[in-house]
Design a protein. Sequence first.
Length: 340
Amino acid sequence: MSVLTPKLLRTALSIGCLICGTAQGTEAGDALAWPAELPAALPAQSVRYVVPKSNYVLDFHGSTQNPDLVIFTAGNQYRALPEIVQAFRAWVKRQQRWAHLPVANIFYATTPPGRLIDAMASGKLSLGNMWLDVTPATLWPDVFMTGERQQQRLHQMGQVDQYYVYVRNRGVVLLVKSGNPRNIESVADLARSDVRVAISSPKREPASYENYASAIDGQGGRGMTKSILAKSNTISPEVVHHRENPQFIADGLADVAPMFWHFGDYLKRSFPDQFDYVLLPKEGNDFASMAIAVIKSSPRRRAAQAWLAFIQSDVAADIYSRNGFDYASPAQRSEPVTVR
């Protein structure tokens, strides 16, 4: 009988989260039945080719064929994007400047932003046996919505000269199994030998790792995150923590995962029998900003400018606020930040 080593298990689970299927059950071992995040309704005659936990793409939304707008975003915004995209289409029709702008075919990606930037640099992004050519002539972002750290990377690539900060998250919480069977109350419990922690990898997902480490060290003391990583029962996702960490907990492979508040709220609402979360104090917590930039080599410049104006609107602010984010003031979100 073959044995699945921890490394192979993590790899299998990561593939199951990036390209996984959904199952209707919620017993351990089933893939979480994530709510649909389609940017538009599929035609009735569409052929379904989905196998639970092995052949389902979660973080790439819509068609790459002749898109009217391509949006690359940091993955933590996935819960808000379906509503945002639909509201954008309605908003455009009310704007004289863009009333006739085609916006039916919108493609957006919600992976860790570093992966998307790496794909822009390499020209390819692999999804199992399929790859996407990531070039201005094939698939290329018109706007990039991510943290300021990654906007700096885009600037170094010559793709961004300025960005606009539009939203902040509401801090870090501790995602736990429904009922909190390990009685986790604070970041101090992450150091317990009997508590299995799932946390972003500092190498594979440095942006989210830095946010979570800041909160853990800010409340538990300098160096606490490194000591948690050194525990033999700590697990780190291979690809995308916002899908893998909840699956680890659902599968009984982890007891807790530091995640942004909007993740905890969304997961508890979507899977009330699976998840709960522990609020952490504001002092020492981490409240990261998100920024939007128009890509200099955008193939669809007018659509990019329309999307930027929409994100700076009160309509977008209301949607993001209802989805667990704190929106910047009108003056703040319209003030460009020059990247140097």
